[in-house]
Design a protein around this ligand. Structure first.
Ligand code: TYM
Length: 323
């Protein structure tokens, strides 16, 4: 029986954080045996914000090293770079011609940028069409992402439908996979954890980086000895992911007032470091072996390229630019 297909991606736009890990990358690892899996380095998406050759090169290597360090097996999973497969940008153009500006103006990311009065690049405006191409070229059954990407998957689905209505059945309509418990991982200030909010716990930071971020988690001003509310405390929300074995004991101590925020944070930092420690060793070893990273990406590009080229042939026939 052939396995169902899964595709997802992460931008190499800075330090990976615990939100990327829990919201997306951990899912890839858990699902890699069940799916025919494509995991992408979305470097052309990152180009909207990363405009330095050195950073792009370094962050791309870091992301590939992270994929492998958290447990993706490059023999089973196709790990590839978006920019290695020209069909992604080629299909974006075709989608641009069936998409209207008012439709793209509904994108949350565009609206946020507009609200901040930013000079919005065409690349940012067109971001959803590149993402639709990333997805639709590989006909995935599911696309695992965090909740912030839900609208982008809806755009990909709409675009597939629109293309099929215009030119005939060509694309499979993709579905997002967003497990409720990891849909929005909070950052140290309680907002969604995000590089752009400066509220992240770095996944592969040093022990000191992790300690510093965790000790900086926002709390109310309750003293030790007073009952704490596990349903609103940010540290507790993170315990639910990193302190699974102790979670009932922690909940009880919160309710009884027998733990203070400082101790709770120390436990959390210890558990994060315990999980990340062994991964960090693989991560560092791979980063010191750029040749291995290149080989993984070259192999991934070959595999992904075949699928993308076959789909593009279908698309070009459907639109009438080839016979
Ligand atoms: P990016 O690089 O911003 O984030 C990568 C993944 O991490 C998830 N994520 C979170 N999940 C839960 N809580 C959080 N605080 C949190 N922060 C980030 C994101 O939802 C995402 O799943 N546009 C995508 C990259 C992309 C892509 C694709 C994804 C490009 N093409 C095709 C899927 C399919 C992005 O910016 O992710």
């Amino acid at each position: 029986m052939t396995k169902p297909t899964l595709l997802s991606g992460v931008k190499p736009s800075g330090q990976l954080h615990v939100g990327n890990y829990l919201g997306a990358i951990k899912q890839f690892v858990d699902l890699q045996h069940k799916y025919n899996m494509y995991v992408m380095v979305a470097d052309y998406h990152a180009l909207n914000t990363v405009q330095s050759k050195e950073k792009m090169q370094q962050q791309t290597k870091e992301l590939v090293a992270a994929y492998v360090a958290v447990g993706l097996d490059p023999k089973k999973v196709t790990i590839f770079k978006q920019s290695d497969i020209p069909q992604h940008t080629e299909l974006t153009w075709i989608f641009n011609t069936i998409t209207t500006m008012p439709y793209l103006m509904r994108a949350h990311a565009f609206k946020d940028a507009e609200a901040k009065n930013k000079d919005i690049s065409v690349g940012t405006f067109d971001y959803p069409m590149l993402m639709a191409s990333d997805i639709l070229l590989y006909s995935p059954d599911v696309v695992p992402v965090g909740k912030d990407q839900k609208q982008h998957i809806e755009f990909a689905r709409d675009t597939a439908q629109k293309f099929n209505n215009t030119y005939g059945e060509t694309f499979t309509l993709p579905k997002e996979l967003i497990p409720a418990e990891v849909a929005i991982i909070p950052g140290i200030d309680g907002q969604k954890m995000s590089k752009s909010y400066n509220n992240v716990i770095p996944l592969f930071g040093t022990d000191e980086d992790i300690d510093k971020a965790v000790m900086g988690i926002k709390t109310d001003s309750k003293e030790k000895g007073v009952a704490l509310d596990p349903t609103t405390d940010i540290t507790f929300k993170l315990h639910e992911h990193f302190s699974k074995k102790q979670i009932e004991e922690l909940r009880e101590r919160y309710l009884k007032g027998s733990i203070g925020y400082k101790e709770s944070k120390e436990i959390l930092a210890t558990n994060i470091k315990e999980l990340v420690g062994p991964m960090r060793e693989t991560y560092t070893a791979l980063l010191n072996n750029p040749n291995k990273i290149k080989k993984i990406l070259d192999k991934g590009a070959k595999r992904a390229g075949k699928v993308a080229a076959a789909k593009m042939k279908e698309v070009k026939r459907a639109i009438g630019v080839t016979q």
